[in-house]
Design a protein around this ligand. Structure first.
Ligand code: BGC
Ligand code: CA
Length: 286
C-alpha cells in the first residue's frame, strides 16, 4: 500500500470536512477553529482560502446541486459564498455556550445531516439533525461528539459515529422519509488506540474511518466489523477522509495541528487500489 503524503501548504489547527467536486477536480476542506475553507485544485496543485467574513466555527460542508457551498457554522446551516459571506438557512433554537455543530453530510435525496458536540467532549448534550430544504429537525439525542456519517450503497443503512463510544453504529435508513430505524453495532473499535472521527464509503461498500489520536485510517467491512486495511500516517490526529481524483482512487485525509510535528494539520493524499463514490449534493427545494 502507498504511503499518504502531505500536499497542503496550509497547516490547520483542526483540519476537517473534506468534500470533493468531481465536476471540476476541486477538493474543499476546513479549519473548524479558524473559520476557513481551503480549496485545493487537483489540476494544478494550487490552494486558495475562503475565510468567513464574520468569525465563526465552520465544521462541515456540502456542495449544492448548483455547485454552491452549504456549511454548518456554530449553530446552524448556511450558504457560504466565495467572498466568505454567510446566509442562514436554518439554525437550532437552543444556543448553548458549550456546544457547536460538527461533522455532516448530504444523503441521496439532498438532505443535509449534521450533528452537534459538547465542546468539553465529555457530556452527551449534542444531537443529530437533518435539514430538508430549509426545514430542520432533530433525529437523535444524547450524542457527545457527533461525527462521521456514511450511507450504504443501496441507501438502506446509515452509518454513524459518536466518537467517544468508539463504535460505528448502523441504522436502518428510510431514504424516502429521511428517517432512522433500528440500530446495531457495525464496527467495534474499543480495542483500538484513538477514537473514530470522519468516515466515507468506497465502491465496494466498505467503510474508511479516520482514527483521531491513532494516526491512521482504517478500512472496515461493516457487515462483519472486520478490519481489512490499515494505513498509517506520520501524524496522530487524523480527522476525516474523502475520495477524489479523476479515477476516484485518491484518498484525501485531513489532520489536526494538535502536536509539534511539521506535517500536523496538513492535508494528506494517498493513491489506493480502491475507488470511492461521489458525494451527494444538497437540494434547496425538496
Ligand atoms: C471534532 C473535534 C474532536 C475530534 C475527536 C472532531 O470531529 O471537531 O473537536 O476533538 O472530532 O473527537
Ligand atoms: Ca469530524
Amino acid at each position: 500500500m502507498n504511503q499518504p503524503k502531505p500536499i497542503s501548504l496550509y497547516r490547520a489547527r483542526l483540519g476537517e470536512g473534506p468534500v470533493y467536486d468531481e465536476r471540476n477536480g476541486l477538493l474543499y476542506w476546513l479549519d473548524i477553529e479558524m473559520g476557513r475553507i481551503i480549496v485545493y485544485n487537483e489540476n494544478n496543485g494550487k490552494e486558495e482560502y475562503i475565510d468567513l467574513k464574520r468569525r465563526d466555527y465552520i465544521s462541515s460542508m456540502c456542495l449544492s446541486e448548483t455547485g454552491r457551498l452549504v456549511a454548518t457554522l456554530r449553530y446552524g446551516f448556511y450558504w457560504v459564498e466565495a467572498d466568505g459571506s454567510a446566509t442562514p438557512i436554518a439554525e437550532i433554537l437552543e444556543r448553548r455556550q458549550d456546544i457547536r455543530f460538527n461533522d455532516g453530510k448530504c444523503d441521496a435525496r439532498g438532505r443535509y445531516w449534521a450533528g452537534t458536540m459538547d465542546l468539553n467532549e465529555t457530556r452527551a448534550i449534542g444531537a443529530l439533525y437533518v435539514l430538508e430544504g430549509s426545514a430542520l429537525r432533530p433525529v437523535l439525542h444524547n450524542v457527545t461528539i457527533s461525527n462521521g456519517i456514511a450511507w450504504s450503497l443501496d441507501n438502506k443503512t446509515m452509518y454513524y459515529i459518536d466518537s467517544p463510544t468508539k463504535m460505528v453504529k448502523a441504522f436502518r435508513f428510510d431514504l424516502e422519509k429521511g428517517q432512522l430505524g433500528g440500530s446495531w453495532i457495525a464496527v467495534d473499535m474499543r480495542h483500538e488506540e484513538g477514537i473514530p472521527d470522519g468516515m466515507t464509503i468506497d465502491s465496494e461498500g466498505m467503510l474508511w474511518v479516520a482514527v483521531y489520536g491513532g494516526g491512521k485510517v482504517v478500512r472496515y467491512d461493516p457487515s462483519s466489523g472486520e478490519k481489512l486495511e490499515e494505513i498509517k500516517l506520520p501524524v496522530s490526529y487524523t480527522t476525516s477522509v474523502v475520495f477524489g481524483g479523476a479515477d476516484m482512487k485518491t484518498l484525501y485525509i485531513t489532520t489536526a495541528g494538535r502536536e509539534e510535528k511539521e506535517e500536523a494539520g496538513r492535508l494528506f493524499a494517498v493513491e489506493l487500489p480502491y475507488k470511492g463514490v461521489p458525494l451527494y449534493r444538497y437540494r434547496e427545494k425538496l
